[in-house]
Design a protein. Structure first.
Length: 505
């Protein structure tokens, strides 16, 4: 009964006119952001985060969560029509989605993606609603050692945000940890690493860093590839985008498998929708009776990854809300926003801020319905948005970056930080380092440091306290395994590369 009472509380909050307006705004903006190549949900959340400062935290997170949900589908539009994913989770959709468009079936591809996204998003929210309270109750037994071990696990799973090169991912993470230590010492109150600059006493602010890395950095990188993209001409009316019964029959199990796999992957810290979509496509191709059709316009190749990335976006909120660890790069930025609002994610969030949590969960149901209506009825509008010249879009994003950085404290110092990290973000993108890993470490660094120092203060055994308690011992062991896996892979690659060379010699 508590679950239904909490959900009723959530809907009473989500159905207020202002929160409904925020959900609608988030869905529309998210779809547009996802559809425009070079922006993506992380950049969108970072850019729009300053707009939420004057709102109640519940309204702000409702808009950002709806934006995240909307962008998962928005990336499909660009992937299908111009073979260029609007965001990374839609990369695999290009394979079969664009092939369907070339065969005159762009409408059914977009339609099945919208329906699959609705089903997966709704199921994902149901699972979020059921799993989060249980995980939060379990996490209430956490003390400082368990909290640090959990943060350590979140930081070491950073390779899920970085692709193949784990070393570059850890370098990005260490840079983020170094930045998180600037300012006053958490225990002694002494100034650290400020170089005598008074503005640095408050530390490196999260918002200018996020806007610079993901907003300005993406613009600078995208300016090099601002070529005009041709959009396929086709009919995109209501009848044209509704998949046939045969399409639905072929896709139903792909959507089911993608939903289940996507949610599980989304819950894992550092994994996120991109990995979920690739895994769902791979699984679907392996179980298909017609694998030869994949890559040539198989509708299952669109349905499965689109269901997976939407379910994963809901799953990524489970560890963020219950444990304070983001499940994806976008939720890492959202986590920083929560802390800026003075809300501490974790096991006590459900007890101390039930209005916030259940208002968010209820709003996700509403956002999924809005998203379905929007993306079935307004696809022609978003198709036209793709025709905006990148030079115009780039100028608008730069204006948003400067305004957003300045709006937090009304200081030019924050704008300067944003510009510096914009250049850093551009360099990281060019050199294949991970801005998401840096952001994650900047958010989790102070929490991890506080928990570690508290654990050492109450311990007579030093760092061995992490292994003396069951939960912290298991979490620390998992963190060490997470570090060891990429090392083992690198050694195996080196040995396999050396083998043929030795034989040739």
């Amino acid at each position: 009964m508590d679950l239904f009472a909490n959900l009723a509380l959530g809907f009473s909050i989500a159905f207020t006119p202002f929160n409904l307006a925020m959900a609608a705004a988030g869905v529309v903006l998210g779809t547009l952001i996802g559809a425009l190549p070079g922006v993506g949900p992380v950049s969108g959340v970072a850019l729009l985060l300053p707009l939420t400062f004057g709102m109640p935290p519940t309204s702000g997170i409702i808009m950002l969560a709806a934006l995240y949900t909307g962008s998962m589908y928005g990336g499909t539009i660009a992937a299908v029509l111009i073979d260029t994913p609007g965001e990374s989770a839609s990369v695999v959709t290009c394979i079969d989605g664009h092939q369907m468009a070339l065969r005159g079936r762009a409408g059914p591809a977009l339609g099945i993606a919208a329906l699959g996204s609705f089903v997966a998003g709704t199921v994902g929210v149901v699972l979020l609603m059921g799993m989060s309270p249980l995980l939060a109750r379990w996490a209430l037994s956490f003390g400082p050692p368990e909290t640090f071990a959990l943060m350590l696990l979140g930081l070491t799973t950073v390779t899920g945000l970085t692709g193949e090169n784990a070393i570059k991912g850890y370098i990005s993470m260490v840079l983020g940890l170094m930045l998180s230590m600037v300012g006053f010492d958490l225990i002694s109150g002494d100034a650290r690493y400020t170089a005598g600059i008074n503005e640095m006493l408050d530390g490196v602010d999260f918002l200018p860093v996020a806007i610079g890395l993901f907003g300005l950095g993406e613009v600078l990188a995208g300016a090099e590839q601002a070529a005009r993209l041709e959009i396929l001409n086709a009919r995109y009316g209501l009848r044209d985008v509704l998949p046939s019964w045969a399409d639905w029959v072929r896709s139903r199990w792909a959507i089911a498998r993608g939903t289940a796999l996507g949610f599980v992957v989304g819950v894992l810290p550092g994994a996120g929708p991109t990995i979920a979509s690739f895994l769902a496509y791979t699984v679907e191709k392996k179980v298909s009776k017609h694998p030869e059709e994949f890559g040539r316009g198989a509708i299952e190749g669109v349905a499965a990854p689109e269901a997976a990335n939407n379910a994963a976006s809901a799953g990524a909120m489970v560890p963020m809300l219950t444990l304070g660890i983001p499940g994806s790069a976008t939720t890492a930025v959202m986590l920083g926003g929560l802390m800026m609002w003075g809300i501490r994610p974790g096991p006590l969030l459900f007890e101390k801020n039930p209005d916030f949590v259940w208002g968010l969960i209820a709003s996700l149901y509403i956002a999924n319905v809005m998203l379905l209506i929007l993306n079935i009825g307004f696809i022609p509008v978003f198709v036209r948005a793709l025709r905006v010249p990148y030079s115009v879009l780039m100028a608008l994003i730069i204006v948003f970056c400067i305004t957003g950085a300045y709006s937090q404290n009304n200081k030019l110092w924050d704008v300067g930080q944003m510009l510096v990290f914009g250049v850093v973000g551009y360099a990281m993108k060019k050199l294949d380092y991970s801005p998401a890993a840096l952001t994650l470490a900047l958010v989790l660094g102070p929490l991890a440091e506080r928990a570690l120092r508290q654990a050492l203060i109450i311990s007579d055994a030093g760092v061995l306290i992490l292994f003396q308690r069951p939960i912290s011992g298991v979490l620390t062991a998992l963190a060490l395994v997470a570090v060891a896996i990429p090392v083992v892979r690198a050694v195996r690659r080196a040995l396999s590369a050396r083998g043929p060379t030795a034989q040739a010699a």
